[in-house]
Structures are given as C-alpha cells and as structure tokens.
Design a protein. Sequence first.
Lengths: 216, 216
Amino acid sequence: MATPPRSTAFPAEQPQPARRPGGRSARIRAQVLDAVRAQLVEHGYDELTVDAVAARAGVHRTTVYRRWREVGGLLADVLDAAADDDWQPPDTGSLAGDLTAMNREVHTALTTGPPLTTALIAASFRSAEAADALGRFWEDRYGRCEAVVSRATRRGEIPEHTDARRLLIAATAPLFHQLLLLRTAPDLPLAEQTARDAASAAAVGTYAGPPTSSPG
Amino acid sequence: MATPPRSTAFPAEQPQPARRPGGRSARIRAQVLDAVRAQLVEHGYDELTVDAVAARAGVHRTTVYRRWREVGGLLADVLDAAADDDWQPPDTGSLAGDLTAMNREVHTALTTGPPLTTALIAASFRSAEAADALGRFWEDRYGRCEAVVSRATRRGEIPEHTDARRLLIAATAPLFHQLLLLRTAPDLPLAEQTARDAASAAAVGTYAGPPTSSPG
DNA sequence: CCACTAGTGCGACAATAATTGCGTTAATAT
DNA sequence: ATATTAACGCAATTATTGTCGCACTAGTGG
C-alpha cells in the first residue's frame, strides 16, 4: 500500500494498454483541473458544466467526457489532487486553542470566498466517484489532525487513551452540521464554542477509553 | 406568525388570481408527491427527473414544470408535507437513553431503506427552495427534541441552564457527519456512543451557561 | 343549470447535454 | 529517424431537458 495511484480518472486497466502520462496528457489534466477550480470560484457549482470547463481549459468537450466521464469525476480528481498538499493542523500550545483554530479554518472555508468545499460535498451526493474521493480526503485531513490530540495528551491536558478521532469529530461535526445541513447563519463565535465544548469534555475523560456497552 | 402557509409550491401571489385548491389540483399534487417518494425509493436521487415523476404520476411534464419549476421544488414540497406529522422524540426515562434512541432513529433513516433523507439533503445543495425547506424541517425537529433536554433538567441529570440546542447538536451532529460527509461505514454502536458522549458531557456542565469568551 | 377561468393536456419547438466515428497529433520505444 | 498507437480535435448525431401557444377540462360562483 505504498503510494497509491494518484488519480482515479483513468478507469481500472484490464488489458493494460500501456499508459502514456507524459507531456500532453499531464498538461491537459492540469489545464482542466485548473479550469474546474476557476469555474467553481467564479460561477459556483451550478454552472460547472463539462462544456464550460472544456471551453475554459481550451480543450475539446470530447476529451473531458472521455477522461472524466462526468462532473463528479472532475471534482473527484480535484479532491485527489488536493490531498497531497502540505497542510498541517494548527499548533497553538493548547488543545482548546488548536481545535478553535481548526474550526475557524473550517468556518472560513465554508462561508467566505468561493464555495469550493461546498461544491465538492454537493457533488459527492450525486457521484459515487466524488463521494469516494471526498472520503479519502477527510480521512487524510482527520489523520493529520490526530497530531493535535497526541500533543494534548503529552501535555497532560487530556487522559492517556483518549480516542483521537472521536474527539476531533465531536469538535468539528457540529460546525459542519450547522453550516451545511441546518443552514443556520454563519456564526464564528459558535464555531469556537463548539471547539471549546469538545476540549473541555475531553479534559474530563469523555472520549477516553474503549466504548462502554450500550445501556438500553 | 400563526400557521404559516403549508406549501411554498405556489409562488408568492401578487395579483392574487383567486386560487383554486379544490379537487383536481389537490389530487394532482398528491399524485405527484407520491410519485416523487416512490421514484426516490426505487431509483434514488439520480433518476429523480421531472420527466420520470410526471410519467409516474400520470401527469404531463408541463404541469410539473409549471407548479414546481424544478426537482428541488418537488422535494421542498415533500419536506413541507412531512413537517406536519406527529413525530415525537423518544422518552426512555434518561437523557442518555433518549439521545441514544434518537441517534438510532437517525442511523436507521440514513442507512436502511430508501435514501429519502439523503436525497433531500442532496437536493438542498442544488436548490435554494429545497435548502430553505430543509432548514425549516430541521428547525421543527430540533425544536421538538428540546423536550428531551427539559425533561433531563427536571430530573436533575444536567445543570439548570443547559443550552438545549447545543447539547442536541453535539449528540447528533457526529453521526450525520460520519454518515453523510465522511462516508464511513454505517456503525450503530458508534451512533450510540456519540449520544452517550454528549449526555455525559452535559452532565458535567459542558453545555451549561452562556458562551464563555474566546481565549485566543 | 350556466358562465367564468384556473389549471391541465398536448404537441411542437428550442436549448443543452452526451455519444460516436474518424482523421490528426504527439508521446514512447526501437 | 521511424514506427506504433494513446490521446486528442472535430463535426455530425442522438438524447435529454426545459419552454411556449393553444385547446380543453373541471372547480367555483351565481
């Protein structure tokens, strides 16, 4: 499982027809993905059609259809490309500070500027390919964020065997929930509050230890 | 603000041309909404096209386009129709029990049977009308669930001025997050765990009192 | 019962989205 | 260099989606 294939844009190779990822293919892929991002930024998800992307990339429609099949495939590829950046979770010196900073980032990403994240999520509901890519993306991000929890453990802010993933999700999920599902007005203080709630709950051992058995 | 108009299917009336919600219109609306639900159950959101719904309802395409405009409008109407049921939150005798039961319901709705809820959420990303309807729906549901918190307060399980909405969201959001955004495998124990985590956090006063000021 | 008209059915039409066949370009191997 | 062929560009074609005008049906009020 070392270095999985970067992109799912190329369908599973059965007869293995000797790929050719040399100059042109890679160049066109970059052009198209750039066009997707630009189109998303300027016109939103609704106007993210194959035609518009192709025109913007200076590439023929047919090429896009053949390589990515549909809009969902395009976004999936964008997501996979975004997975190999150098993002690192904040390191403020305290658990509450780190989680708060994280939620501020999320809040910004979801409310200001181009709705890129929102568009990717929207696409994930319509394209299995995009959904898988989004799953991989989250997995990657939450994986990196576990460093926040281990640092807090080292500092003695929270119990030894705190479940990192459980804590991280408790801290961030309410924010996503409010902004994406409940569609309440963006509220930065609330985002910070959520983070602090999770931090203080973790401090008293809420997310520590193995799952206890169900009561009823 | 007593008894808002049941449906948003009819656009805001300016010249007020004397509505006629008598026999036929109501009958057709019922046929179409039934068709939407049935189509959703059998073929999912992808195949929920205006054409398919119209054909299934035994109604002409034009009629659907004229009354609901787009698929989002159809789903918005379905949502509004669902808002006036008699659903009540569970009452098991304990906060943890109630929240756990709630999450079990959510888990069932999101993983088994027709992806109706998922489809509605998917639609909310593409149609402002559906998004608004979904917002109203959640507001209604979380409003009803506040009874769970007030009962727990009366029983002395949690502090007096616990923020009901904050607690409820902390209990349910992680489940939605995992199933809809992270796309992890359905996991009922995890759903129950989440509820217990929120309950125990609330018991030690995590969600009590006014929001504390931000640290950094 | 009759007059009025909101709402529906129908078919033709326009716009957009997606597919296909074929010639051309350019990445690879020799 | 040269041969091979993956990947692309292009134009024509088909499928899908949404709109419009007109005739007709059936609630509604008198």
